[in-house]
Design a protein around this ligand. Structure first.
Ligand code: PRX
Length: 643
């Protein structure tokens, strides 16, 4: 890797500097984060850097400071890098021309759309639901919400009308921003139709703003639905005007993002303004070793936290050029991602192991005529990366020149918690390696005792607050406490297991709860079970994960059906359709096995350990079966296992 230069006052340049930064961040977090924060634009500086108590639980960063994050993303850069591309947008169709928006252009669009939101009745603190494909207007809508102080909640395009309705009801979002549709590879998603299907149970929705993209026919209800373009025209007739960004409190909520846990309903993770801003920017610059002018390509969808924190906020706060791609990596062919890297001279590529495994399966041919020499740093996120995919990424894509950063974090953590810093601290295949400054990791056993020393495995917890920690779960602070702080008092519980090697480097071993990680998407097994149980004829079900070559984890469902199953394939497909309707296509089980009963203990608890082993085809050691009400069920399950 080339020699790097410090372009940001808080940019770490050597392993020694990392050590010093880490020490300082733990010994004196006030001084450390106060120093990083001083490089942003504040309307009012803070009284206290941090006050936090995990037993309440309550955390505040930069108490009483006033600021606006959109102003920090855009206005702050206008005089220096106003003409640098902020977003390069690569469309789904390779023959459609790409779009590039400079910081100045993006700022203007955001100001205009801020007026549109205001004209449509949106006020500070209101929740705005955004359900759009990966088009620049999505970024504009998010930043305009932040500019006027509204709380955005972005919903991934793969969720169903029912899932949208659940989220709208929880967030009480009265305004929706959507599009007439989205392209995703060979398919298109009728976004507005899906919204229309959600709205009959959400009568509180007052306005739907629809951006045209596909220009497919859509229904537009008088008094409720308006076109994005018409609303912009109304603003334009009044002439171009700067929109004065709303002054926000450091702890005002910035967004809600729904994510799956071990209960049946997704929870609304709430991130606040100042801490999130400081941490996403700091981690962006340092993990990716960002150098001004670099083109950063994050392949995540904006509907997930990676899109929020690095494709959008972290990148723009750092003045980076962020490449936003509408489509999927394998369309129209398996060389598309490499075409994009070549065409836009991408310097930093940030993607998921699932995408790598899928691209790897096409062999070398799609790489043959692609120039990947612009690449400097490679990153992965979302799930454990297996050694084979890591080696392929390093050799075939990075040509053994580019450090790989394996970044571990979560929707709840807001930013990267464990990662090497590209070219600065050591990488180790399949290891996320070291905690970021400000992150105090601990491994505990099931009783909550801290496991000291190295070469040890345990449950991963974090001991003290970092700036981008989620502040609550929307509408339910008690749930926040129960999920994250009650399991191991005084610590944040991640839900993941980890191994710390002999040199103190961390390797994530995966979830220890009932959360599945399918293609890097987080899905609660209870959510899938609830959806399956809604299907007529289903008595009960149990869902577990099993190793899947491309997706990392696949979904295996055991279903008890009330009548004898005569046409298993047809019923299976019906059940998949129900899951698609209730949650969305991303939650469809890969395998469905019909069984006469589930293995349960006398107290009625499903023994998932057995179900997992059978799904993994590891039936040699099923462990103690004596607590089962009916041990003979195990033979039936094993015999009927779906290959
Ligand atoms: O199990 C961990 C896995 O993804 C979970 C968080 O999922 P989500 O909130 O959807 O956020 C994903 C993007 C940040 C974690 O609890 N995970 C995330 N990154 C890694 C990972 N597992 C192993 N290695 C990683 N680098």
């Amino acid at each position: 890797m080339e020699q790097t230069t410090r372009h940001y006052p808080y940019q770490v340049l050597t392993a020694e500097e990392y050590e010093i930064a880490y020490r300082k961040s733990i010994d004196d977090p006030e001084a450390f984060w106060g120093d990083v924060a001083s490089h942003f634009a504040w309307r009012r500086k803070w009284d206290n850097v941090v006050t936090s108590d995990f037993t309440v639980p309550r955390t505040e960063w930069f108490g009483n400071a006033r600021l606006n994050i959109a102003e920090n993303c855009l206005d702050r850069h206008l005089n220096t890098i106003g003409n640098r591309p902020a977003i390069i947008w690569e469309p789904n169709d390779p023959d459609t021309h790409y779009r590039s928006l400079t910081y100045k252009e993006l700022y203007k669009k955001v100001c205009q759309f801020s007026y549109v939101l205001r004209n449509n009745g949106v006020k500070k603190g209101d929740r705005v639901c955004i359900y759009m494909g990966m088009i620049p207007e999505l970024a504009v809508a998010m930043l305009a919400c932040a500019r006027i102080g509204a709380v955005h909640t972005v919903i991934f395009g793969g969720f169903s009308a029912q899932s949208i309705a659940d989220r709208l009801q929880d967030a009480k979002a009265e305004i929706i921003v959507t599009a007439d549709g989205a392209y995703r590879g060979p398919k298109s998603i009728p976004l507005k139709d899906v919204i229309d299907d959600a709205l009959p149970v959400c009568p509180f929705v007052k306005r739907v703003i629809v951006c045209t993209h596909l220009r497919n026919p859509v229904s537009m209800i008088k008094g409720r639905d308006v076109w994005w373009e018409d609303e912009i025209k109304k603003v334009e007739t009044q002439g171009w005007k700067h929109y004065a960004a709303e002054e926000m409190d450091a702890e005002d909520p910035l967004f809600i993002l729904y994510t799956s846990g071990s209960t049946g309903k997704p929870k609304g993770v709430v991130h606040s303004t100042a801490g999130y801003m400081v941490y996403t920017c700091y981690s962006f610059v340092n993990v990716f070793n960002y150098q001004p002018g670099d083109v950063f390509f994050c392949t995540a969808d904006m509907g997930w936290i990676t899109g929020h924190s690095y494709l959008l906020y972290g990148a723009l706060l750092s003045g980076a050029t962020s490449l936003m791609y509408e489509g999927i990596p394998t369309w129209p062919d398996a060389g598309r991602m490499w075409n994009i890297v070549d065409k836009h001279k991408v310097n930093i590529l940030y993607t998921a192991p699932t995408a790598l495994r899928s691209l790897m399966s096409f062999g070398r041919e799609p790489l043959a005529d692609k120039d990947l020499s612009s690449l400097k740093v490679l990153g992965t996120v979302g799930e454990p990366i297996n050694d084979e995919a890591w080696q392929w990424y390093y050799k075939e894509i990075g040509k053994e020149r580019c450090p790989i950063v394996d970044t571990w974090w979560q929707t709840e953590t807001g930013g990267i918690m464990i990662s090497n810093m590209a070219g600065i601290t050591p990488a180790k295949p399949t290891y996320a390696t070291l905690p970021m400054p400000g992150v105090e990791l601990v491994l505990v056993n099931e009783k909550g005792h801290v496991l000291p020393g190295n070469d040890v495995s345990g449950i991963l917890c974090i001991r003290s607050a970092w700036p981008s920690l989620l502040r609550t779960t929307y509408n339910d602070h008690e749930k926040y406490y129960r999920n994250y702080f009650a399991p191991y008092p005084g610590m944040y519980f991640t839900g993941d297991g980890a191994y710390r090697d002999e040199n103190g480097l961390y390797r994530i071993t995966g979830r220890i709860d009932d959360v599945l990680n399918v293609s890097g998407h987080r899905i609660g097994s209870a959510e899938v079970e609830n959806a399956i149980n809604m299907h007529t004829g289903v008595t009960e079900s149990a869902v577990v994960g099993y190793p899947h070559e491309i997706k990392g984890e696949g979904i295996y469902a055991y279903v008890v059906y009330e009548k004898p199953v005569t046409d298993a394939d047809l019923i299976r497909r019906d059940i998949l359709q129900t899951v698609s309707r209730v949650i969305g296509p991303i939650a469809r089980p890969d395998k469905v096995q019909f069984v006469s009963a589930l293995p349960k203990t006398r107290s009625g608890k499903i023994m998932r350990r057995i179900l997992r082993k059978i799904a993994e085809s590891d039936t040699t050691n099923l462990g103690d079966l004596t607590t089962l009400t009916d041990p003979t069920i195990v033979d039936e399950l094993t015999a009927g296992r779906i290959e």
